[in-house]
Design a binder for this molecule. Sequence first.
Ligand code: CO
Length: 297
Amino acid sequence: MATEEQIEKWREAGKIASEVKKFARSKAKKGISIVELADTIEARIAELGGKPSFPVNIGINEKAAHYTPFHDDKTVLGEDLVKIDQGVALDGFPTDTAFTLDLTSDKRHAKIIEVTEKALKEAIKLARPGTPVREIGGKVHEVITAAGFSPIRNLSGHEIMRNKIHAGLSIPNYDNGNGSKLEENMIIALEPFATTGEGLVKEGKESGDFALIEKKPIRDARAREVFIFIEKEFSTLPFAGRWIYKKFGRRGLHSLRLLVREGAVRNYNELIEVSKQPTTHFEQTILVKDKPEVLTE
Ligand code: CO
């Protein structure tokens, strides 16, 4: 469990993350390219003195999670349902928060957005010591299905630790029977996803999200240089191919591929709803207490 000193870091990181969230809302408009959007949000994190917990993830329509653009992605926001997932880390203490925006002219996704946000609010009330994770999942499922939508069952909330954005407990979005209990001073992310589709995601195409897996002897000198940079800058937190491109140019991306082949670095895939239906996502980082404390409000 986090100590008081660590909790203070997390609180500070959470304050910056909520600032950034407001900024992201103001920038995510029709016509902006997602590369510009991600770059701008990440620049704002740096301005405020933080580091990204992971690259800014932008999920459009059926894309639910784990997508950050490569530097040459041409996608521009239009009549879309857009999820922005970001977090700020201070000293390796990461936070994680997400919201959904309806950019359609007729606001056709208003209801599912409202319901997902409500599911998160209800889940947060349960973020107290002793709550079994299945109970939180059951509540999320209840709120979302009562409104005629489906929670995404194979995406879940998670415990957060230093330099580990997904660590320890997994907190489901339905009652999966897991009786593991929350403990005081745990840092957790609760993150309901909802859809008009089946409620499952599968892997899609490669994302620009990467993360170091383990230290390995790297023979190629250039790849070794890139690996050392990754280790020093990001430790085991996810990072973007865009950031490697900015630092090392095209040859950096070649080195990155090599590191993936060698098993030193992993490359994530985007996660898309299996029936290709729109998805929503809201997420907050929470300190587990008798009175739960939302760090990224
Ligand atoms: Co998360």
